[in-house]
Design a binder for this molecule. Structure first.
Ligand code: ADE
Length: 265
């Protein structure tokens, strides 16, 4: 997968993308990341990328021309008009779009989630545009951007951290990027549930002991225990997730026990 990032601060990406799993993904060519300095796409003598807003007000607004020029240079065949689409609507015949989506990182975007990460991971290309200052000229949003994403209900000084979050969440879903084949399948959210607890050696640490079942060697019992722990944690911390997850009869019985436990309290 190729990811292009448009930013006024390409240097901030260096450390994070050159460590650990993302570094290996690039070395093995599963992932190519290119950062582009928006300033290089200005044509005026002073390389101006932002100006005050029309109508007055505080802050500076990113100008449209350098951004349109940069996107044109990086994706000469254009970008998608919308989000690449819902995974559920993709049949066997589904072919990835030939044009990449251009995604603007902004607090006004839709909340980024694991499902979206999975949809982006199926694409051959992706372009991320980092907003900065007070905002970006509306014509960029209206006539260029495919979709807008937010990583949470708080305001950062720019879209760079959000772009790193999206790259990280997407990259680890590209087949081969994580070591173990199924490592991403048991993640929190991938199953629709939060992950339960994990333990490693020593079996006894101070007075705290690893649950017996995990040392029993009984695969089916361990799997059931893990599922129940995930259900319990989700019930306690993010109960709304249980409304959309697929539950077996056994799961439902276990949730009924949790509900009883709660009413007994
Ligand atoms: N830019 C500033 N704040 C942001 C956020 N919460 N998500 C995405 N981009 C942003």
């Amino acid at each position: 997968m190729r990811i292009d990032i448009l930013t006024l601060f390409p240097e901030v990406f260096e450390g994070y993308f050159q460590a650990s799993i993302l570094e290996r993904a690039q070395e093995t060519d599963l992932l190519q990341i290119y950062t582009h300095q928006i300033r290089e796409y200005t044509t005026d003598k002073h390389h101006v990328t932002d100006e005050p807003p029309y109508g007055g007000g505080s802050g500076m607004i990113l100008k449209p021309e350098p951004i349109f020029r940069a996107v044109n240079a990086i994706a000469p065949d254009g970008v998608l008009e919308n989000w690449p689409g819902d995974q559920e609507n993709r049949g066997e015949q589904w072919q990835p779009p030939s044009r990449p989506p251009l995604i603007l990182l902004t607090p006004q975007g839709k909340s980024f989630n694991q499902k979206m990460a999975g949809e982006l991971a199926l694409l051959p290309r992706l372009i991320l545009l980092c907003g900065r200052y007070e905002g970006i000229d509306e014509r960029v949003r209206e006539h260029l951007v495919s979709a807008e994403l937010s990583i949470g209900d708080y305001v950062l000084t720019g879209g760079e951290l959000a772009a790193m979050v999206v790259v990280d969440a997407v990259a680890r879903l590209i087949p081969g990027v994580l070591g173990a084949e199924d490592a991403a399948e048991q993640d929190s959210f991938a199953t629709g549930l939060l992950e339960g607890p994990h333990y490693t050696r020593p079996a006894t640490f101070g007075q705290w002991v690893v649950p017996d079942v995990l040392r029993s060697g009984h695969a089916a019992r361990i799997a059931r225990w893990r599922r129940e722990q995930a259900l319990r944690r989700t019930w306690q911390r993010r109960p709304e997730l249980l409304l959309t997850v697929e539950l077996s009869e056994e799961d439902k019985k276990f949730l009924a026990v949790l509900a009883e436990e709660q009413t007994a309290k």
